[in-house]
Design a protein around this ligand. Structure first.
Ligand code: HEM
Length: 553
């Protein structure tokens, strides 16, 4: 009894103190009110919604491991003689940046593992951003009201690419120095301003002493700062606009059906964070990545064979390797088409297209309504075709980025492989577009068949006369709802005046017919169509609902 009293009293006092502090704080900041509705937010449950979380968690791991590395890394190009534990390089003259990377790898306890986790996390960060972007694209989650979040997302991708490049350039090893030299080539290729830009960036002649400290400031301060700010804005918008969800019975364009943020979603998310961390730690322990000590220090007169950038820069490398070398003298300036076209124009166009896509689709379809239900990719054959074509084009470039390794592995000549990949660069994307569009329409036809005839029941009936007949059973109402709940734009009407109409209006009408014309109609009565239109329509602004279901967005 005595024991009981001595243990509870301080506890009760602490509880009362905490309650008092919370009340006092809440009177000054309306935290409870805001917190309560935030903790109640519904998050729909689907594996594809975890891709953004992988990006988020790998970014958090990058920051954690990066902070550790900053304690030991020296961003300096000053030459020194290596005297550390790695015997093959002892006595070799190298930069302090490289020497400190060797120091982290061989003298700092756990240093090599943290370097490995940092590098693997960077590879995963960019991969998860890429796959997350594909999910958003193929399900149409970029449409109104999420265009701004798409724009922020594309900027995050751009910043992440720069962050990765700045990071792997820091150790000043043979591979990263080669990458920096390549990057300087891109800068020099900019017509008229290239030489000035290169001097500005490198603080004089290449490589100079400035580039590593500058890249370091960008890598640990500027780019992470921008990334943190934009990721925060991105997530605030996800919470504010709420998440898209897959059509299902009960999930409509006006509600969100899912687990509340607290405790279910938070617990699941925390578990997922540790799973991502665990996989990265395992990979880092068993699979060596970027062994800079094996490459040696950077020397401008040396390049190793099979030098490859990190995978996310592979498409640029591939574009450079595919482009034939060509130069033109114009007004006293030399224009080097390679690397100008593949390394400056191509990424510029790629990002412009990414930024513009939601606005282009809205213009072409005339669809200005809010969309909160994720599209099944098959229901948007042209968008799906465009996405698959872009993916196939990216794959060709990625393969071209490693064409020397491929040629060596496959025992073919690099020239022959290059010619083949050049043809692929032109032929594969249109072929992929055509195939994906046909496949999407075929899948729609299959959905229609399921609705009309049901699914195969798995047995056949033989008539007395000997004929066979397959048997079907009706699909359930839940599945039928998923197949029928779609809201597709119709082609825009032809502009008044026909051929005399402004060219822009005629172009828009033709594009709209091409973009929205492909569809297999689902068998539905007029009443069913009206019901589907009502369920998939966007919200009328209102209030939230119970835990796990937000009734109005
Ligand atoms: C640092 C990179 C990024 C991080 C950490 C991140 C994180 C997230 C998270 C956690 C979500 C909610 C869960 C999900 O839908 O997956 C989300 C949603 C979203 N993200 Fe990202 N994202 C990043 C990059 C991008 C990119 C590159 C794009 C597109 C270009 C993008 C566009 C969107 C959109 C439109 C949503 C709302 C999706 C919906 O409501 O269905 N994000 N992001």
């Amino acid at each position: 009894m005595v024991l009981f009293r001595t243990r509870t009293r301080p506890g009760r006092r602490a509880g009362r103190a905490a309650e008092g502090a919370a009340t006092a704080l809440d009177r000054r900041l309306p935290l409870m009110e805001a917190g309560r509705s935030l903790l109640r937010k519904a998050f729909p449950d689907h594996w594809s919604f975890l891709l953004g979380e992988i990006a988020l968690y790998s970014f958090a791991i990058l920051v954690l491991t990066g902070v550790f590395l900053t304690f030991f890394f020296h961003p300096s190009m000053t030459e020194t003689v290596y005297r550390g534990a790695y015997t093959p390089l002892r006595g070799v003259r190298l930069s302090e940046a490289y020497a400190s990377t060797l120091h982290i790898s061989f003298d700092v306890r756990g240093g090599l593992l943290i370097r490995q986790v940092h590098h693997w996390a960077a590879l995963l960060f960019l991969a998860s951003i890429g796959v997350h972007l594909l999910r958003i694209f193929f399900t149409g989650a970029f449409r109104r009201p999420r265009e701004l979040n798409w724009t922020i997302g594309v900027t995050l991708l751009l910043l992440a690419l720069l962050e990765g490049f700045a990071g792997y350039s820091l150790p000043d090893d043979l591979l990263s120095g080669t990458g920096l030299r390549t990057a300087q080539g891109f800068v020099l290729a900019v017509p008229v301003a290239g030489t000035y830009l290169s001097f500005l960036l490198f603080g004089g002649e290449y490589p100079g002493h400035e580039i590593i400290p500058r890249l370091y400031a960008a890598h640990v301060l500027l780019l992470p700062g921008l990334l943190v700010a934009l990721v925060t804005a991105h997530l605030v918008l996800v919470v504010r606009l709420k998440h898209t969800q897959w059509a299902a019975r009960g999930a409509t364009g006006r509600n969100v059906l899912g687990k509340p943020l607290f405790p279910q979603y938070a617990a699941k998310s925390a578990g997922f964070f540790f799973a991502v961390f665990g996989v990265l730690a395992l990979l880092s322990a068993v699979a060596q990545v970027n062994p800079v000590f094996a490459y040696g220090p950077y020397r401008a007169d040396q390049v190793s064979t099979d030098a490859q950038p990190d995978w996310y820069m592979g498409f640029l490398e591939g574009a450079i390797r595919l482009m034939p070398g060509a130069e033109t003298r114009l007004w006293g300036h030399t224009v080097s088409w390679n690397p100008l076209l593949p390394a400056v124009v191509l990424p510029g166009v790629l990002f412009l297209l990414l930024y513009a896509y939601p606005f282009f689709e809205r213009w072409v379809t005339g669809d200005t309504g809010e969309h909160h239900l994720a599209d099944r990719p098959r229901n948007q054959p042209v968008r799906t075709g465009i996405g698959v074509a872009a993916l196939s084009w990216y794959t060709v470039l990625l393969l071209a980025g490693g064409q020397d390794v491929l040629a060596y592995t496959l025992h073919v000549s690099v020239d022959a492989l290059n010619r083949f990949l050049r043809v692929c660069f032109l032929v594969v994307p249109p072929a992929a577009f055509w195939l994906a569009r046909r496949a999407a329409l075929a899948l729609q036809a299959h959905d229609r068949e399921l609705l009309e005839e049901g699914e195969e029941a798995g047995f056949v009936r033989q008539e007395v006369q000997g004929a066979y007949e397959g048997s079907h059973r009706r699909i359930g109402a839940d599945r039928a709802y998923v197949l029928m709940a779609r809201r597709l734009p119709r082609p825009l009407p032809a502009p008044p005046g026909g051929a005399a109409a402004p060219r822009r209006a005629r172009l828009r009408s033709a594009l709209s017919a091409w973009y929205t014309g492909d569809r297999v109609e689902m068998p539905a009565t007029d009443a069913q169509r009206r019901r589907i239109a009502a369920l998939t329509a966007g919200p009328a602004r209102g209030t939230g609902g119970a835990d796990g279901v937000d009734d109005e967005r």
